[in-house]
Design a protein around this ligand. Structure first.
Ligand code: ZN
Length: 203
């Protein structure tokens, strides 16, 4: 077990830079409102640019963070069977439309001498989700981080999400969800391990 603080942000926040970013987003949203024919000074919209700027700070905050730091603290454990964390809720933003996609993630690994707290796996999902993303990359990033940091025998990640850019616009298919998976190590090489994983996460 290492002594580094796993929950410390990877980079300190700079208040001046944050304020400058906030002001730019505000100005951009104001411009966008005008461009779509709205009056950004009418009652309901007056605070909207500032609200959106604050919201982006929150929902895109993962961009400046390194989720791998949550996997820095591991525990030696002679367990070589599959560990699964199911139904981790996540919210992310589609980078093609800047609209939300939300769903659940299932994360599994087969340890190779070291294990990690389950809440850390959820934090890894959360931080990779809190940035402009595509679901495919999000799924791979979670799998790669665990595979790299824990050096397990294998990792499997399945994500299922509803994309508002698909349910509200374009093909408009409410209820349709997208499922992505990423497998590493034994989850890739062994059909049996993969089948066990899929059996555990599918209802
Ligand atoms: Zn999209």
């Amino acid at each position: 077990m290492t002594s580094t603080d796993p929950s410390a942000p990877s980079s300190a926040t700079d208040p001046a830079a944050d304020a400058a970013r906030h002001a730019r987003v505000e100005a951009a949203v104001r411009e966008m409102l005008t461009a779509v024919g709205e009056d950004p000074d009418r009652d309901g919209l007056r605070e909207t640019p500032s609200r959106i700027a604050r919201m982006y700070t929150e929902i895109l905050r993962g961009r400046g963070l390194d989720p791998k730091r949550h996997l820095a603290v591991t525990f030696a454990e002679d367990h070589h069977e599959m560990v699964v964390l199911k139904d981790i809720p996540f919210d992310s933003m589609c980078e093609h439309h800047m609209m939300p996609f939300t769903g659940t993630a299932h994360v599994a690994y087969v340890p190779n001498g070291s294990i990690v707290g389950l809440s850390k796996l959820a934090r890894v999902v959360e931080e990779y989700a809190r940035r402009l993303q595509v679901q495919e990359r999000l799924t791979s990033q979670v799998a790669d981080a665990i595979f790299e940091c824990l050096e397990p025998q294998g990792v499997g990640v399945v994500m299922e999400a509803t994309h508002t850019c698909m349910t509200m616009r374009g093909v408009k298919k409410p209820g349709a969800s997208m499922v992505t998976s990423a497998v590493r190590g034994t989850f890739k090489s062994s059909a049996e391990t993969r089948a066990e994983f899929m059996g555990l996460v599918s209802r």
